[in-house]
Design a protein around this ligand. Structure first.
Ligand SMILES: *Cc1c(COP(=O)(O)O)cnc(C)c1O
Length: 350
């Protein structure tokens, strides 16, 4: 009944979205604040009659808004149904293990190996440094068909400086694509989008799910040279020509056009991240330095799974990782001040 390729799939397992009771939900890196007020306006004023028609297949107005926000050309942008879809298109278009394995960090976003299996791309996990940071020398030395790194990395939250990203691109073959997955860059890093004119093999992927509070809308985008972006349009149009619905296109424009809201909400998340990091450190936890909207932290007296279970019993949901090297830690999404205080109280009563 099944194709052979189907029988080889190992699907990604998303974080829990429990329906049994209400938790303080700090397990899937969602933004604790609502999207920009303009998004609610769009929904309120939306003329349902327009749903009769297919959406604009290439989300022209949204791509122009994104390009304007980043000071790049419209043809250097493509949007998709979440950055997960954009990443899937990039894997299909750019990575071919006849030229060597795809390289990504040993501990990273667990969708990457899933896409590799889906597209039959061999991959190699590149070891992190002892402090869990990404070491670009190790990538340059490995020589694969391409590189993908989240920046900041997940689930560590650790940032690679723009200087280091630049150095990687300088030392990496210009005919092999480097994808920088910037799902969390707005919480404390410098985007590599400034480098796309200099490095035509650089693809920068971003999402509305985290810093724009639109995880439920499923909207992501990529920025890169026109050459890379036109390849992604060709993949899109070979798969689904209308990946972004009419409402979401409008919501995205409203969200990305409100810089004041964006700065205010990410500022609150960053300030709370520092508070949570400091308080956990005072409680004896090991907290990796985070530039994201979550912290990766280990308790002094029990492993990540035990922390997860203890906190869940107290109504706070975090995420643990059943993977060698990560078992001491949990990943805690930064919530509102009240949620974070409840988390810290729950930690103290473990
Ligand atoms: C959340 C996340 C994504 C996926 O974002 P969507 O736009 O919601 O699909 C991609 N990469 C990393 C590293 C993430 O954490």
């Amino acid at each position: 009944m099944y194709s052979e390729r189907f029988t080889k799939l190992t699907p990604y397992v998303p974080g829990e979205q429990p329906q049994d009771r209400s938790y303080i939900k700090l397990n899937t890196n969602e933004n604790p604040y609502p999207p920009a007020p303009g998004v609610a306006e769009i929904l309120k004023e939306f003329d349902v009659e327009t749903l009769r028609r297919y959406p604009d297949p290439n989300s022209e107005a949204l791509c122009h808004a994104i390009a304007r926000e980043h000071g790049i050309k419209r043809d250097q942008v493509i949007v998709g149904n979440g950055s997960d879809e954009i990443l899937s298109f990039a894997f299909f278009a750019f990575f071919d293990s006849a030229k060597g394995p795809l390289l990504f960090p040993e501990h990273t976003y667990s969708f990457y190996p899933v896409y590799c299996d889906y597209y039959d791309i061999a991959y190699k996990k590149v070891a992190l440094d002892d402090d869990y940071g990404i070491n670009i020398d190790r990538f340059v030395d490995e020589k694969g068909c391409g590189v993908i790194v989240p920046n900041p990395n997940a689930p560590t939250g650790m940032l690679l400086s723009l200087d280091k990203v630049t150095e990687l691109l300088e030392r990496w073959p210009s005919d092999r694509v480097v994808v920088v997955d910037e799902a969390y860059i707005d919480f404390g890093g410098e985007s590599a989008v400034a480098l796309i004119d200099r490095f035509p093999n650089l693809l920068v992927v971003k999402t509305f799910s985290k810093s724009y509070s639109l995880a439920g809308s499923r909207l992501g985008w990529a920025m890169g040279s026109e050459k890379l972006i036109s390849a992604l349009y060709a993949v899109k149009d070979s798969f689904n020509s209308y990946p972004v619905d009419t409402l979401t296109q409008k919501a995205g424009i409203a969200a990305i056009s409100d810089r004041a809201w964006f700065d205010k909400t990410r500022g609150m998340v960053m300030a709370e991240r520092e508070r949570v990091s400091e308080e956990l450190t005072e409680l004896g936890w090991k907290v990796l330095p985070s530039a994201a909207n979550f912290v990766f932290a280990g308790a002094p007296d029990r492993d990540g799974k035990a922390v997860y279970e203890g906190l869940k019993a107290k109504g706070v949901l975090v995420r643990y990782f059943n993977k060698e090297g990560l078992t001491p830690f949990v990943r805690i999404t930064i919530g509102t001040a009240e949620e974070n205080t409840a988390l810290l109280d729950a930690v103290k009563s473990l």
